[in-house]
Design a protein around this ligand. Structure first.
Ligand SMILES: [Zn+2]
Length: 328
């Protein structure tokens, strides 16, 4: 596809069906509007979306948000989590694979040979395949994803994938040593419900690693009124910062073992891209800011590394632990 075409996808003008939301941590809606925007990336509808921030805890959330029956529409087949392949992304794919391998293996340090590891929201199995290639051959690796296309792609890689939402699957309780949920909780209506379910799967002392967009970042502050890439309109429903992530852990019975930030150029790249596209910048210029542009990704990686050193990287990285001395 040429660049001009991919920058201006066809807009579907039927409004999305929406539902009102509460703060999932405080279970009430006492909030202020902090931003509005559109589906800048995929143009799956012409709707304007509103972002609220809870006055009590600071959680950032989309309100109203699309109903669950709209998921197939707001995650089109061109959605990047389903299409991140070596043939499409070449050099960026290889760099990302190496970086992710180092990170993943760090989270796996100290796991027994018989460890059971589950990736919740595993998409096309990108991270599981890295663990399969670079990790211990004795680990038992499993994934969960609700999207049929993603599950098909992951299974084609020879991975064990459970298809469906975690709350509908009857996975064995207290058997997993490590659960990872990477850039997944922000897509969910109720992250607390997911964590409560993950907690039941983990052995006492088992760990849950969460990676999610950070609203305590410079990119958020600069772009939050409209163009912030982390909004990913209308696909990100709950967005956290260190205090709200602590609150999420506390609410669901996890101990916070570690809470840091990690570098990502993606939100910076999309924030600039959205701002340009919204101002009708020429499509060749907009295309300089994409996940296929090693120039933008490289430059913003360096930039975000500086913020990360100050503890304000673009992504939050939490290692939570199910307390060892507790039953369900
Ligand atoms: Zn709240």
């Amino acid at each position: 596809m040429n660049a001009a075409l991919s920058a201006t996808p066809r807009r579907d003008d039927v409004p999305l069906k929406m539902v009102a939301a509460n703060c999932c941590l405080c279970e009430q809606d006492d909030s202020t509007i902090i931003g509005t925007g559109e589906d800048f990336e995929y143009r799956t509808s012409a709707d304007q979306f509103t972002v609220m921030q809870c006055r009590a805890c600071g959680l950032v959330y989309l309100n109203p948000r699309p109903t669950l029956e709209e998921l197939a529409r707001i995650y089109p087949s061109s959605y990047h989590a389903f299409a991140f392949s070596e043939t499409e992304f070449g050099f960026v794919f290889q760099v990302r694979r190496r970086l992710e391998a180092r990170r993943l293996l760090r989270w796996c340090a100290g796991l027994p040979a018989s460890a059971r590891i589950i990736d919740i929201g595993c998409g096309d199995g990108f991270h599981l395949e890295i663990l399969k290639d670079f990790g211990s051959k004795t680990w038992q690796l499993e994934g969960v994803d609700a999207d049929e296309r993603a599950v098909t792609m992951a299974r084609r890689k020879g991975l064990t994938i459970h298809h469906g939402l975690l709350e509908h699957l009857s996975l064995p309780q207290e058997t997993y040593d490590l659960a990872i949920t990477l850039q997944t909780i922000e897509h969910l209506a109720s992250p607390p419900q997911l964590l409560a379910n993950v907690r039941k799967l983990l052995r006492p002392g088992g760990r849950l690693v969460i990676v999610t967009d950070n609203t305590d970042s410079l990119d958020f502050r600069l772009f939050k009124k409209r163009h912030w890439g982390g909004y990913h309109f209308p696909r990100h429903w709950n967005l956290f910062n260190p205090p709200t992530l602590h609150k999420l852990a506390e609410k669901t019975g996890f101990e916070v073992e570690k809470l840091t930030t990690q570098v990502s150029p993606v939100n910076w790249t999309y924030s600039v891209r959205n701002a340009l596209a919204d101002r009708n910048a020429p499509s060749w210029f907009v295309e300089l800011f994409s996940l296929k542009s090693s120039l933008a990704l490289g430059a913003f990686t360096i930039f975000d590394t500086l913020h990360n050193l100050a503890g304000r990287g673009a992504l939050l990285n939490a290692v939570l632990k199910r307390p060892s001395s507790e039953s369900l």
